[in-house]
Design a protein around this ligand. Structure first.
Ligand code: NAD
Length: 452
């Protein structure tokens, strides 16, 4: 079986497969009667049902489908930390590897109070599809600690990070599983993980993480890579679908790593950024915000609020502004059945992971709003992480230009493939992206066979 064969299966044979797989009643319970796992949170079930929908549409064999529905392995750890006031507090941390068929597991680590096994397992599954879609030799993973990072001092954050690393140390490694930054973790977090790992094995291992500072083996261009990729996909989707030439009116939720760099790149390409927000609230100017000046304002005040010449807008209202392009680049589950009917945009580019829930996605499809899915739109980060990993393993030093050029090439290739499949089959971009990723993985699993 090849990816092409999978995609070209006739409707009749797909329906035959399904009948065989689903049994007479055709319900999910009879398809997978025994498998259950503790990670079955709402978000995980959403990720699983997305896989089920794609598996059904491409006629994926039942045994491959079932193997992809659950993570390969998951670890839950308790992390005791000495706090600044001399008390000891225990946190809960997770690392989940969804799949390792194509190579070592790869995925970010987030610090947030929403972190739980289900969230991490769902995001690990998305990472598998994302890496396969981009053609990277990785499986998908994710990790995190349930905490309120904004309440931790730097010392507490460092001790938490180092103890978490030591608890999951048997799972990670440059050939096993390579963490990267995600929400509320950054270059410094990666430096602490790399140092803790290196001290434990007795020598320096830069390639155990990506997204490190450049001075200890990070790649030039990594910090901007996700935002650069989101901006690139936005321009490609505009060129290929919307075809707006003069200053598309763009709204961006989130002004952290992804949101701020996306805003800067699009602003420098003459897009009119009419609203942005962060956790404290949003700002709006119908004539466009000066993003270079906004960076200076955020550096001074720590928030976008109060920017000269802008008016305040709540995060809820920001999503509902009349615009050409909406880029949610903060949290998951932001566009749902609650607010989707009020969304007034032509194109949504998912900078964050999972910002549009499945009900909202179906509504948007019916209303001809184009959605560029997360596994394509924000794949720039993992792509340059891959470049960083390769440079580390081979002791290479690429220039920033070289990194950006290679990123653009891989993003363009993925956009070409996804846009073409979507147009050829008249399916959503999300379905096309997932089909490409999942069929590559299914082919690899089929070729490797099942041990023993
Ligand atoms: P970050 O921590 O740098 O920034 C998050 C931003 O969201 C901040 O501006 C924060 O103030 C804002 N925010 C938090 N809660 C909010 C709320 N309720 N309403 C509006 N804004 C809110 O994180 P990031 O690295 O920019 O990641 C953002 C998203 O992108 C996450 O979903 C992450 O999983 C995804 N992502 C990040 C990368 C990466 O390389 N950093 C790669 C792929 C996907």
């Amino acid at each position: 079986m090849t990816g092409t064969n999978l995609n070209e299966k006739s409707l009749q044979s797909i329906s035959d497969d399904l009948k065989k797989n689903l049994g007479q009643s055709g319900d999910k319970a009879s398809q997978f009667p025994l498998t259950r796992m503790e990670c079955e949170s709402e978000l995980f079930l959403q990720a699983q049902s997305q896989l089920d929908e794609v598996a059904k549409s491409m006629g994926l064999e039942k045994h491959l489908h079932e193997r992809l529905r659950y993570p390969k392995r998951a670890m839950i750890v308790s992390i005791p930390v000495k706090m600044d006031d001399k008390s000891v507090k225990s946190f809960v941390g997770y690392r989940v590897q969804h799949d390792v068929t194509l190579g070592p597991a790869k995925g970010g680590i987030r610090f947030h109070p929403s972190v739980n096994l289900g969230e991490v397992a769902a995001l690990a599954m998305l990472m598998t599809w994302k890496c396969a879609l981009m053609g990277l030799p990785y499986g998908g993973a994710k990790g995190g600690i349930n905490c309120k990072p904004w309440n931790l001092s730097i010392g507490e954050n460092e001790r938490l990070t180092r103890r978490y690393t030591s608890e999951i140390i048997n799972l990670i490694g440059p050939d096993k599983d390579i963490p990267a930054p995600d929400m509320y973790t950054n270059e410094q977090t990666m430096a602490w993980i790399m140092d803790t790992y290196s001290i434990n094995v007795g020598y320096t291992v830069p390639s155990v993480v990506t997204g490190k500072p450049v001075s200890i083996g990070g790649s030039l261009g990594r910090q901007e890579a996700t935002g650069r990729g989101v901006a690139h996909c936005t321009k490609r989707a505009n060129q290929d679908f919307l075809k707006l030439t003069s200053h598309p009116r763009t709204v961006i939720q989130g002004f952290g790593n992804v949101g701020s760099i996306t805003a800067k790149m699009l602003y420098e390409s003459d897009y009119q950024i009419i609203a942005v927000s962060d956790v404290f609230g949003g700002i709006y100017n119908k004539n466009g915000l000066d993003i270079h000046k906004l960076f200076q304002h955020v550096q001074k005040t720590g928030k976008v609020e109060g920017f000269e010449g802008s008016q305040p807008v709540s995060n809820e209202a920001l999503l509902e502004l009349d615009c050409d392009i909406l880029i949610p680049a903060a949290l998951g589950n932001q566009i749902t059945q609650e607010n989707v009917s009020k969304i007034q945009t032509k194109l949504i580019v998912e900078g964050a992971n999972g910002p549009v829930n499945p009900e909202a996605d179906s509504y948007l499809k019916k209303n001809n709003v184009i959605v560029v899915p997360d596994i394509l739109a924000n794949a720039g980060g993992v792509t340059v992480s891959y470049f960083e990993w390769v440079q580390g393993l081979m002791h290479l030093l690429w220039s920033e230009n070289e990194v950006n050029k290679r990123l653009e090439q891989l993003m363009d290739k993925a956009c070409d493939e996804v846009f073409k499949l979507s147009l050829d089959r008249n399916i959503r971009l999300r379905m096309a992206a997932l089909q490409i990723g999942i069929s590559r993985l299914a082919e690899a699993k089929q070729l490797r066979g099942l041990y023993p």
